[in-house]
Design a binder for this molecule. Structure first.
Ligand SMILES: Nc1ncnc2c1ncn2[C@@H]1O[C@H](COP(=O)(O)OP(=O)(O)O)[C@@H](O)[C@H]1O
Ligand SMILES: Cc1ncsc1CCOP(=O)(O)O
Ligand SMILES: [Mg+2]
Length: 272
């Protein structure tokens, strides 16, 4: 896994413009659609149980997000997820707020019993709660990690869930249980704009749509996203939340191979 792989996958996303089917939350819907368009992918949002299976079948990836869940959202995710599984469409889950309430944690478990995931992406608190460990949550945001090493957490999560796990925060981590990568791009301003985690999960879906090696797809997506965010601040001077949100969209559109070569920081860790 090297920078050249990331460039090739970014180019592939922009050439193929995969359809990314999002069952997501009401907070981030517009931002997610615009972020996917800026990247060069095609977003669609659809919630009706009646069309969930059909939409999943014709998509390049399904991204399921429980941010503002209710029973009908969970049912649509399960119908879409089963159809995606049956048709070889990758499924990425964002367990927003898992651990904040028992209902959220149980909904994630229910989805994972019914649907085979390609990857799961959350902050450290969410991923810890999904695997039944202590993880502090304040609503949808991670609390203190209480000394929980995210590199170890992501490896345990991948092993226990049997899927690629992605834990984000100051550094981002990707693991399949035997190989773990750390990506150290990004800016703390990402935490000052709602929906940056959700959009990231959808962008991981776009990369997974064009690359069957999910670890490579996820590492490439995280590195690309972090570099775009850095450039929004460093090269465009967008150092406050409002301008940063707009400039992040602009940079998702313009960030290219040379930017990645200059800035990507990815390490393979020896914790497998
Ligand atoms: N302290 C930080 N410094 C730099 N980037 C961060 C920091 N915290 C989070 N990020 C970035 O913000 C994005 C969203 O991650 P995170 O905040 O963990 O997810 P969520 O919004 O779902 O809680 C990721 O790209 C992550 O790398
Ligand atoms: C604030 C909020 N409440 C329910 S979903 C949501 C958005 C969370 O987005 P992200 O996890 O990307 O910050
Ligand atoms: Mg989130």
């Amino acid at each position: 896994m090297n920078v050249e792989t990331g460039l090739a996958l970014l180019n592939r996303v922009r050439e193929r413009k995969p359809l990314v089917y999002n069952i997501t939350n009401v907070v981030v819907t517009n931002f997610t659609a615009n972020g996917l368009l800026a990247l060069g992918a095609s977003p669609v949002m659809a919630y009706a149980r009646e069309e969930a299976a059909d939409m999943a079948r014709i998509s390049g990836a399904l991204v399921a997000n429980i941010g503002t869940l209710d029973e009908s959202v969970v049912e649509s995710i399960i119908l879409a997820g089963r159809s995606a599984n049956a048709h070889g469409v990758p499924v990425v889950l964002d367990p927003v707020g898992a651990g904040a309430t028992a209902y959220r944690t149980e909904a994630v478990r229910r989805i994972m019993r019914e649907v085979r995931l390609t990857a799961i992406r959350g902050n450290a608190g969410e991923i810890a709660n999904v695997i039944g460990e202590q993880g502090e949550m304040k609503g949808v945001d991670a609390g203190d990690t209480n000394g929980n090493d995210p590199a170890e957490l992501v490896r345990r999560a991948a092993e226990r869930l049997g899927t690629v796990a992605i834990v984000t925060g100051r550094h981002d981590y990707v693991s399949d249980g035997s190989v773990t990568y750390r990506i150290s791009n990004g800016t703390p301003l990402l935490t000052a704009v709602t929906g940056t985690g959700c959009l990231l999960t959808s962008i991981i879906g776009a990369f997974a749509a064009v690359e069957p090696d999910t670890v490579a797809a996820a590492v490439s997506a995280l590195a690309f996203y972090g570099v775009a965010a850095e450039l929004a601040v460093d090269s465009s001077g967008a150092d406050r939340p409002g301008t940063f949100q707009t400039e992040l969209l602009n940079r998702l559109h313009t960030t290219g191979p040379d930017d990645l070569r200059d800035r990507v920081v990815v390490e393979r860790l020896n914790n497998g």
